[in-house]
Ligand binder design. Structure first.
Ligand code: FAD
Ligand code: NAD
Length: 461
């Protein structure tokens, strides 16, 4: 029986970051991962491959639609889907191997196989060759999430599939039906739309991107429609299956759709399959998540959980923050995540970035606020980029001026939102942001202008 101070189950962004922090703090650390490549959903079949495809598809679109406007004249622009997929795989492989070397550098022991808790402080790793019994003072569950299914949708691992299949379609589908207008539906829908597919999005609600600020989501929808997305709302999908060479999707509120491929993207579910939680008395909540306290401790002594498998947004950087805070809490007695300052980004074109409270949340919570809005149309850098769609909205407390929420749709919103997250984390007021000099000409100036607009003092509008 091998013993470690800490054993982590799952080497996604939550688990691998926690492993490195634990090793830095002197714990004898091991990590069990059932897939040979480290990095979890994020690196293998999530954030990274999707962003690689978003980049390639956007370049393709720009080469076809934008280059000539810059005076760059190309011969016919052609698409090589196989090469595009190979590049994505290369990016993924480089990054997953990078985690391997970080594990070696930090002397983290790695076990390949399915990890299972067998009792307090005890685990079993199983793979095709062996069964390894382990003991640990602390166990950290970081097993992430998996795509949620939908009754009637018959996933065939190919044409009716999830995000995993949509990251590797071997050719551009003629017609792709996406079920769900959330992060995945819009990002992967964008990839295949830009590459030439007709994309129909079936969404249950009467809006896209639930949870995001209403005004920003409504603007996003108009922009995506201009890009050729077709949205059907109030669409409750009752079945989707392969029929001969085509797929057929049936939903309440409309005629069945015949298409080439179906992407099911209606959310993700915590992954606790075969984890042995019952052996230590941990009961998942009604959504299948592992309940934890503020220090990520479960109801079982010495067992902690972080990332997609617990409450909160299913985001890689949230999992990482929790991994670090959990380990620091174990070793030093203090670890903290500021959930008000966790940004969310949808990597469409334009990008959408959001941090803190939405207008709707502030109204519901009866918090008085002032709002400053600045459009990218009036930002000089956006003009030079030729990307003037969108705006920045800052919501600040009516009395204290403290920034409560920032919502951006526009060029590089995913980078801009980090400045807003830092401001919120430091408890900044909109006046603090307005009085911070921003380099010219940059997109960040639009953030400063939105902060000035909170007080009716924007300059360039
Ligand atoms: P995971 O990354 O899911 O890792 C869990 C790991 O545990 C996996 O490697 C799994 O194999 C392993 N495991 C599970 N059970 C066991 C077991 N019993 N034994 C051994 N190993 C086990 N988030 C963002 O912030 N930005 C993005 O741009 C983004 N894009 C995404 C795009 C897609 C298509 C998808 C699907 C997700 C995306 N996400 C994004 C979400 C992000 O991937 C997750 O929030 C993040 O990976 C969660 O990290 P985690 O460490 O909790 O779990
Ligand atoms: P999501 O929760 O973002 O969106 C799901 C959408 O499906 C919602 O709009 C919902 O109303 C709709 N829906 C639910 N049931 C439906 C039904 N029966 N018929 C039609 N529509 C239905 O989920 P997702 O897009 O699958 O992504 C899962 C999670 O992965 C996200 O919540 C996010 O946390 C993470 N993710 C993040 C990023 C990023 O950070 N850029 C990218 C991809 C995924």
């Amino acid at each position: 029986m091998t013993r470690h101070d800490l054993i982590i189950i799952g080497a996604g962004p939550g688990g691998y970051t926690a492993a490195i922090r634990a090793a830095q703090l002197g714990l004898n650390t091991a990590c069990i991962e059932e897939v040979p490549a480290l990095g979890g959903t994020c690196l293998r079949i999530g954030c990274i491959p999707s962003k690689a495809l978003l980049e390639s598809s956007e370049l393709f679109r720009e080469a076809r639609e934008k280059f000539s406007g810059h005076g760059i004249v190309l011969p016919e622009v052609k698409l090589d889907v196989a090469a595009l997929l190979r590049r994505k795989e290369q990016v993924v492989n480089t990054l997953t191997k990078g985690v391997d070397s970080l594990f070696r550098k930090n002397k983290i022991t790695r076990y390949l196989g399915h990890g299972k808790i067998t009792g307090p402080g005890r685990l079993l790793v199983e793979n095709q060759q062996e069964r390894i019994e382990l003991e640990a003072k602390y166990i950290l569950i970081a097993t992430g999430s998996k795509s949620s299914g939908l009754p009637g949708v018959e996933l065939d691992g190919d044409r009716v599939g999830t995000s995993t299949e949509a990251l590797s379609y071997p050719e551009v589908p003629g017609h792709l039906v996406v079920i769900g207008a959330g992060y995945i539906g819009l990002e992967l829908g964008s990839v295949w739309r830009r590459l030439g597919a007709k994309v129909t999005v079936l969404e249950f609600l009467n809006r896209i991107l639930p949870g995001m600020d209403d005004e920003i989501a409504a603007e996003a929808k108009k922009i995506f429609e201009r890009q050729g997305f077709e949205f059907r709302h109030g669409a409750k999908v009752t079945s989707a299956k392969v029929q001969g060479k085509q797929c057929v999707v049936e939903y309440e509120g409309g005629q069945p759709i015949t298409c080439d491929r179906v992407l099911l993207a209606v959310g993700r579910a915590p992954n606790t399959d075969g984890l042995g939680l019952e052996t230590v008395g941990i009961k998942p909540d009604e959504k299948g998540r592992i309940p934890v306290d503020d220090y990520f401790a479960t109801s079982a002594q010495g067992i902690y959980a972080i990332g997609d498998v617990i409450r909160g947004p299913m985001l890689a950087h949230k999992a990482e923050e929790e991994g670090i805070a959990c380990i620091e809490g174990i070793v030093t007695g203090y670890g903290h995540v500021n959930y008000d300052a966790i940004p969310g980004v949808v990597y469409t074109q334009p990008e959408i970035g959001s941090v803190g409270k939405t207008e709707e949340q502030l109204r519901d919570e009866k918090i008085e606020f002032r709002k400053g809005v600045f459009p990218f149309l009036a930002n000089s850098r956006a003009r030079t980029l030729g990307q003037t769609e969108g705006k920045i909205k800052i919501l600040a407390h009516a009395k204290t001026d403290r920034i409560l929420g920032v919502h951006i749709i526009g060029p590089r919103a995913g980078d801009l939102i980090n400045e807003a997250a830092v401001a919120i984390n430091f408890g900044a007021s909109s006046e603090d942001l307005a009085r911070s000099c921003h380099a010219h000409p940059t997109l960040g100036e639009a953030l400063r202008e939105a902060a000035l607009a909170v007080d009716g003092r924007a300059i360039n509008i």
